[in-house]
Design a protein around this ligand. Sequence first.
Ligand SMILES: Nc1nc2c(ncn2[C@@H]2O[C@H](COP(=O)(O)OP(=O)(O)OP(=O)(O)O)[C@@H](O)[C@H]2O)c(=O)[nH]1
Length: 197
Amino acid sequence: MAGIKDYKNSKVTGNRELIEGHVREILRLIGEDVDREGLLETPARVTRMYEEIFAGYEVDPRDALGVTFDEQHEELVIVKDIVYYSQCEHHMAPFFGKVHIGYLPSGKIAGLSKFARLVDAVTRRLQVQERITSEIADILEEVLQPQGVMVIVEGEHLCMCARGVKKPGSKTVTSAVRGHFRSNAALRSEFLSLVKD
Ligand SMILES: Nc1nc2c(ncn2[C@@H]2O[C@H](COP(=O)(O)OP(=O)(O)OP(=O)(O)O)[C@@H](O)[C@H]2O)c(=O)[nH]1
């Protein structure tokens, strides 16, 4: 998986047997026959899936940006349409969508793939969309010390589609602005127009 290289040494892996046992117990408690063929491997599958979807806990997202380069480009850089999958911390239900990142460098740039690695490290945890948005902006600000950062996150939340209010197709859009993006409306507009499909 992009971004997280050693998730097989994760806490989930270390607790595999315990997690499998708890999944089996949940299956039993919802009224399933845990010994029927289709479910025999399910606790192990769920545990393997947890290794992946919670792999963000294995890295400090700041490290995901890796090496930065000194470069005198001081115009807008945008990396858009970075797909993410996360789990809402309220229901442990998936939510997913795209992240768009824009920044105005100040002598330091990062490799383009590192923005996707940062998104993976921040989203592959129990999260809320607002925190994903501000964490990405704050980490970019801290590591790259740019003149400004803007992050937009679009998300579709299964806890709103498949259950509860059941509103499939509804999308949540969150944004975070830092530095020049806060004070410069033209810069925000330029970013928004370039991010638009
Ligand atoms: N702000 C925010 N809310 C979220 C996110 N993911 C899920 N939620 C919301 O978290 C809330 C939890 O509300 P509760 O009232 O405690 O839980 P609930 O009874 O299951 O709520 P309903 O979903 O309304 O049935 C719900 O309104 C969810 O829509 C997120 O990323 N950001």
